[in-house]
Design a protein around this ligand. Sequence first.
Ligand code: ZN
Length: 181
Amino acid sequence: MSLLAIALALCWFVPVPLVGLGALALAALSGLTFPDVDQFVPLLRHRSALTHSLLVVLLCMADRRLHPVAAGLALGIGFHLAADCFPASMRGFATVKVPLAGTFDTQGSYMWLAINAVAGSYVFGMLVERLYDPQVQIIALVGALLLGATYLAGVPGGYRALAVYAAIFWVGWRLHRPTLE
Ligand SMILES: [Zn+2]
């Protein structure tokens, strides 16, 4: 969370592209663990839909200055949700809880996590494409791949998520390859 605070402050007070890229990296790191802050927030149950979604990303997208943070958070949260898609069994602890509304069933939880995970990578790609030159886009992409591989190789369910990502990445690369001239 402190990484996220630093990233937000950097973007807000030093709106320079290079600083933004650093903030993006910090936000991506904090995004990996962000969804599980629901365990420490009163009134939220674990796997709350509020934190296991792109809600915080949308909030950051409201202000242009915070777009690098939004991109990083979308990436990191997407990886976290992708790993959460592959629990030992999608029951009890593993299902997604909606405040005041109850709990998603097994199928609903899969859908919620998967849609938000894919949307996370998509929003990251979209923002990076918009914010940076092709060279920097490549750097961001390589960083994203390293972060994803490192994180997913170390968490439960990660390897299966990694296989899904490999497929998605391949399609995304075919459609949106940055052009260097
Ligand atoms: Zn989680």
